[in-house]
Ligand binder design. Structure first.
Ligand SMILES: [Zn+2]
Length: 254
């Protein structure tokens, strides 16, 4: 069994309400030593805080997700800053840009994204970034905040964009999408970028790996992503497990 860190898992989501304790136990039994829980909207932050206060190996992030840009209010940004100052957390997020959804208009997404980057810079916290069909704009926006560190979760951009992000101090987080044979671009990128810049994540309950297609995802399945990444790379499974854990500990200060 390998020691692994799930760098992005929504354990607070209601999909886990009926069996959250079992899911947490199952993760531990499968070698998942730590789980990073990103926050998506202000009404969920207290639930994450309670969860992380009662489990030492669960770690909180607080943020405003771009998917929900039309639900957030301007005052949520003031609330976020106050909340981050008053509560233990390992990062700001998840925040970012998602150009799939027309209902969350780009202008509004960008407003919340930039504001959260500013907060992360002010508090000297890393930032958890969600980027879908928006990696170029994410890179351009991050250039305005030199010195910021963070991760791009469930990375889906190109190899060259990954190198640009790594250059700026960001980790590339790899999830279940690499387990699908037809995901050629992300599989090629995951095989070539430096191991020192890779994190592993499930994004549970979303984005299950190929073995759990159409099922609810959970952090215990992170092992499948480790095994798949090992097939794509030259390093041993032990090396990949160890280095990705070192990377997560370094970024999140665990
Ligand atoms: Zn997420």
């Amino acid at each position: 069994m390998y020691s692994l860190i799930d760098s992005h898992c929504h354990l607070d989501f209601e999909e886990f309400d009926s069996d959250r304790d079992r899911v947490i136990d199952n993760a531990a039994q499968n070698g998942i030593t730590d789980i990073i829980i990103p926050g998506v909207k202000s009404s969920t932050w207290s639930r994450i805080s309670e969860l992380c206060d009662t489990h030492a190996h669960l770690h909180a992030c607080y943020g405003l997700h771009p998917y929900l840009a039309n639900e957030h209010r301007d005052e949520d940004l003031d609330l976020l800053l106050a909340w981050l100052v008053q509560h233990d957390c390992v990062a700001v997020g998840e925040c970012g840009l998602d150009y799939r959804r027309e209902q969350a208009d780009k202008h509004s997404q960008m407003k919340y994204f930039e504001a959260q980057l500013g907060i992360a810079a002010e508090l000297e916290k890393p930032v958890v970034i969600h980027s879908v069909y928006a990696t170029e704009d994410v890179i351009l926006t991050l250039k305005k905040y030199p010195g910021l560190r963070g991760m791009v979760h469930s990375y889906s951009g190109s190899y060259d964009q990954a190198l640009a992000l790594i250059d700026m101090g960001f980790y590339i987080s790899i999830g279940g999408s690499i387990t699908f044979d037809n995901a050629r671009k992300i599989r090629a990128t995951a095989s070539e970028i430096p191991l020192a810049s890779i994190l592993l994540e499930t994004d549970a309950p979303d984005q299950p790996d190929a073995d759990h297609f159409n099922q609810r995802n959970e952090p215990a399945y992170l092992v499948n992503i480790l095994e798949c990444l090992t097939e794509l790379r030259t390093e041993s499974i032990e090396e990949i497990a160890e280095q990705t854990s070192i990377n997560a500990r370094s970024l999140f200060g665990l």
